[in-house]
Design a protein around this ligand. Structure first.
Ligand code: FEO
Length: 392
């Protein structure tokens, strides 16, 4: 795709990756993604903000054909989906300087072996003049790496936010036109990579309050012409109260745990609790991450195998622990054959979660009437807990 004009002498460059289906060999990308770079031409200096993932290098280099001089390349974030083509850009423009945070400098040297002489490090709040346009750099650590910064174009009131506020969507729409679709993709993205750092991100959000922002241009997905939409969504995901929802990742081997899950979901629904149920054999873990963003309770359903939880259930627990959602309660349900340490093992896997563990319901073999009664009681306890906290 060719470069696209955003405003006078401000262009989108980059690549729309329609075919990519996995990020970090982990995160599903059902709608592909984009790697957004931006070219800003001041009256005296020209800057390229970020680059693209290395496999897309040719597309960016083609867009730069006809751009005689680049004075500055800004690396907002050292992760290779944005920095991967910087060495090729610097090869094309050997007189350009690479502006980045002091921490990013070391990481870029480690990851891309960029020679030290290219670098100029910038401090938080530092500005650089392009002539009639001014860039202000805003350090934003842990969005989602420690070295990240954002860039504010003062005269045009555009915030270039890198991964912050991003979403994995491949589309020809330069701007957000369908906020519902973008909300879902951005929430998934938040759950997958931002949620573990939400306390630090909250501080970065506060930092932005003093800026007059007319447009947010992230490094993945579409540009926000109405910044309040995504800023408000982030505020809710970070600080909002958890919802009256149970997230139920489960796996079943011989249908006993599945019978428990079916009964339990019905019991919760009858009592007015929303449930998001994920069969771990087939689930898209991005959807699970998204559901964890605001669920009040997690209940893991697992049979006992090899004296512990099923490995898929262990994976879900590991993931929840790593993503650190604001969940308040956790329990376990499932069937076992003759014994094991399923509860102890799972409980030991979630040290990062600030949750109250509610007594689990484990049954021997297929569930009996007393087991179903225990599931009713567990559902009632969850309902009461949610009511106590006024989760809606
Ligand atoms: Fe889109 Fe953290 O890279």
């Amino acid at each position: 795709m060719k470069a696209r004009k955003i405003k006078d002498r401000i262009y989108w460059m980059g690549s729309v990756d329609w075919d990519r289906r996995l990020f970090d060999s982990l995160v599903p990308l059902p709608d592909g993604t984009s790697y957004n770079a931006y070219l800003i031409e001041g009256s005296k200096k020209t800057v390229l903000l970020d680059s693209v993932d290395l496999p897309m290098a040719e597309e960016l280099l083609a867009q730069l054909e006809g751009i005689a001089k680049i004075d500055y390349v800004v690396s907002q974030h050292a992760e290779q989906d944005h920095s991967g083509t910087i060495p090729q850009v610097l090869k094309k423009y050997p007189d350009a300087k690479l502006l980045t945070t002091p921490k990013a400098k070391g990481i870029l040297i480690d990851l891309l072996q960029i020679p030290e002489e290219f670098f100029i490090t910038v401090n938080d709040g530092e500005t650089i003049s392009l002539g009639d346009k001014t860039l202000k750099f805003i350090h934003a650590p842990w969005v989602h790496w420690p070295e990240t910064m954002l860039t504010y174009l003062e005269e045009d009131k555009i915030l270039f936010s890198c991964d912050f506020f991003g979403s994995h969507i491949a589309t020809t729409d330069l701007y957000v036109t369908d906020e519902g679709r973008v909300y879902e993709a951005a929430k998934r993205y938040f759950g997958e990579i931002m949620m573990p750092f939400r306390n630090v991100i909250e501080k970065n959000l506060e930092k932005l309050e003093s800026y007059d922002i007319e447009m947010i241009a992230p490094s993945h997905g579409q540009i926000f012409p109405r910044p309040a939409f995504i800023i408000d969504a982030y505020r809710d995901w970070i600080k909002g109260s958890p919802r009256n929802t149970v997230v139920l990742p489960y796996v079943s081997m011989h249908e006993s745990t599945k019978q428990m899950v079916d009964y339990f979901v019905s019991a919760l629904v009858e009592k007015g609790v929303r449930v998001e149920q994920f069969n771990l054999e087939v689930t898209d873990i991005g959807k699970l991450a998204m559901a964890l963003v605001d669920a009040a309770t997690i209940v893991i359903g697992t049979p006992t195998i090899l004296a512990g939880p099923h490995p898929y259930a262990a994976y879900a627990a590991f993931l929840a622990n790593a993503l650190r959602p604001k969940t308040k309660f956790l329990s376990i349900i499932g069937s076992y054959g003759w014994g094991g340490k399923t509860v102890e093992t799972l409980a030991g896997m979630i040290p990062n979660l600030k949750v109250e563990v509610i007594d689990p319901v484990l049954c021997k073999g297929v569930p009996s009437d007393s087991d179903f009664k225990a599931l009713d009681e567990l559902a009632s306890v969850i309902v009461e807990k949610h009511k106590e906290h006024d989760f809606n």
